[in-house]
Each structure stands twice: as C-alpha cells, then as structure tokens.
Write a protein that binds this ligand. Structure first.
Ligand code: NAD
Length: 252
C-alpha cells in the first residue's frame, strides 16, 4: 500500500536508527512529508525525508525553534511521533537520583516539550495524530531490571491518555505504542553491556532476550512501523488514548 499518509506532515524524534528510523522510512513510503530528527544527524541520511535535522529532545529552545520552522515552511505538523527513549538496566537499588532524573527527562519530559511545541498548529488545523513510544515494560507488564524504564514508560501511557482526553473534541488523537523486544542497535548495545557485566557469552545473553518472547523471536522495527502508519493515518480515526501492544505476545 502507498499514499496512506499523502498530504500529511510528520515530525519524528530519534529517527536515526531502530524503531524511529523504520517509522520515518514507512511514512515516506506512504507519502508523508517527513521531518526526520535525531541528536546525531549523520544517522538520518538515506531516509528520503523532506527535512533532516539535528534535534536533542532534552532542549526546550531547540524544540521550540523547530516547531516555528515547521509552522513556517510546512504549515505545521499533522503527525508527531515521540520516539526518543533510553533503557536504564537495573532495579530500584541500582537507580540513583541522577539515573531517575535522566530517564524521566529523556523518556517523558521530552514528550511534554514536543507536544507543547507542536500541538498549537494541530489545534489551528483541527487535526493531528500524536504517537508516543512507550513499551510493554510499563503499566502493562513488569519486567525484571526495568525499574525506572518501566516507571517512565508507564508515565508515557498516562500522559498519552491525558492529552487524548483534553483535545478529543478538537480533532486531536493521541496514542501510545508499546513494543516488546525489538531488534535495534540499542538492543545490540544492551546485549553487549550485559554480557560484559555478567561474564556470559554474547549468544547466551541474546538467547535470553529471545526466550522471553512467546513467539520465539524478536520483533522487527518494521513491525512497529506498520502500527505507527495505521495510528498516524485516517484509518484509525476513531482510536485515541490507548496503549497499543506490538509485543509478540510478551504481555499475554
Ligand atoms: P535506539 O535506542 O536504537 O535508537 C535511539 C535513537 O535515539 C538513536 O538514533 C539516538 O541517536 C537517538 N537519541 C538518543 N538521545 C537522543 C536525544 N536526546 N534526542 C534525540 N535523539 C536522541 O532505538 P530503539 O531501540 O528502536 O528505541 C526507540 C524507542 O522505542 C525508545 O523510546 C525505546 O524505549 C522504545 N522501545 C524500544 C524497544 C526495543 O526493544 N528496541 C522496546 C520497547 C520500546
């Protein structure tokens, strides 16, 4: 299928790799004008976006500047995908105050910043789809060693529902995607870190991640992107305020 997002302008954070990149590529394929952003702009090459630009979602002023640019040059965004996030590995006993603050800043407050910046133009147009990347590890399921990560991703679901409720009569929909374990560069990094920390071979650590998936395999970024296309498009026009699992049955 193509053209499911024709005529729409989509802003995506953390579009350089993994799930964010797959979403950016799928949106381009479906005809959207994509503004692809990442803290590392070198990773954005080859997406085919209308605009590729560096954006650190920890910076309020940078986000406000991008929103002004998108309003001026693209007439505001119709779709906002908040994908940036960080996985802290550990329990409550491993999580310092600094770890806590960093996780909530990057995983939750960044979405607050983006929504405040991009929502006004959506409200002017009386249409918009906001998609926030949560996780199966959230208020949906408790996973070991995902203490502050799970807490922050649960907050994403709460924030999503609040935005959906506040603007439901003004053409704005807001949904969360909750992936299970998805193949991505950051997952590879976590596998390497865990292997080094526990002294286990890489293959054994990787197999542990696979074994916790009921389907017996990891998900692909493209499988998450397929859900994002649906939630961004008018096909999902009666769906708002919900967490949507794409987890291979992890939270069964
Ligand atoms: P990833 O972690 O491999 O890539 C993250 C991207 O974010 C990188 O391109 C990086 O440059 C960028 N980034 C880092 N800090 C940033 C900042 N301050 N501002 C802007 N960009 C920044 O990607 P992933 O593993 O596909 O994860 C993407 C999202 O999906 C995250 O929110 C993650 O929590 C969530 N998620 C991932 C999985 C998984 O198994 N991979 C599962 C559930 C949820």
């Amino acid at each position: 299928m193509t053209d499911r997002l024709r005529g729409k302008v989509a802003v995506i954070t953390a579009a350089g790799q993994g799930i964010g990149r797959a979403i950016a590529e799928a949106f381009v394929t479906e005809g959207a004008q994509v503004i692809a952003t990442d803290i590392d702009p070198a990773k954005l090459a080859g997406i085919g976006a209308a605009r590729e630009t560096m954006l650190d979602v920890l910076s309020g002023p940078a986000i406000a500047a991008l929103a002004r640019e998108v309003d001026a040059n693209f007439g505001g965004a119709d779709i906002l995908v908040n994908c940036a996030g960080f996985v802290h590995h550990g329990t409550a006993l491993d999580c310092t105050d600094e770890d806590w603050d960093f996780s909530f800043d990057l995983n939750v407050k960044s979405m607050h910043r983006m929504i405040r910046a991009f929502l006004p133009a959506m409200l002017k147009k009386q249409r918009g789809s906001i998609i926030n990347m949560s996780s199966a590890a959230s208020s949906i399921a408790g996973l070991p060693n995902r203490y502050v990560y799970g807490g922050s991703k649960a907050a994403v679901i709460g924030l999503t529902k609040a935005v959906a409720a506040d603007f439901i009569r003004q053409g704005i929909r807001c949904n969360a995607i909750c992936p299970g374990t998805i193949e991505s560069p950051s997952l590879e990094g976590r596998i390497e870190t865990l292997a080094a920390k526990t002294g286990q071979p890489l293959d054994a650590v990787r197999q542990n991640f696979i074994d916790r998936q009921p389907m017996g395999r990891l998900g692909t970024p493209q499988e998450v992107a397929a859900l994002a296309v649906f939630l961004a498009s008018d096909e999902s026009s009666y769906i708002t305020g919900q967490p949507h699992l794409v987890d291979g049955g992890l939270a069964l």
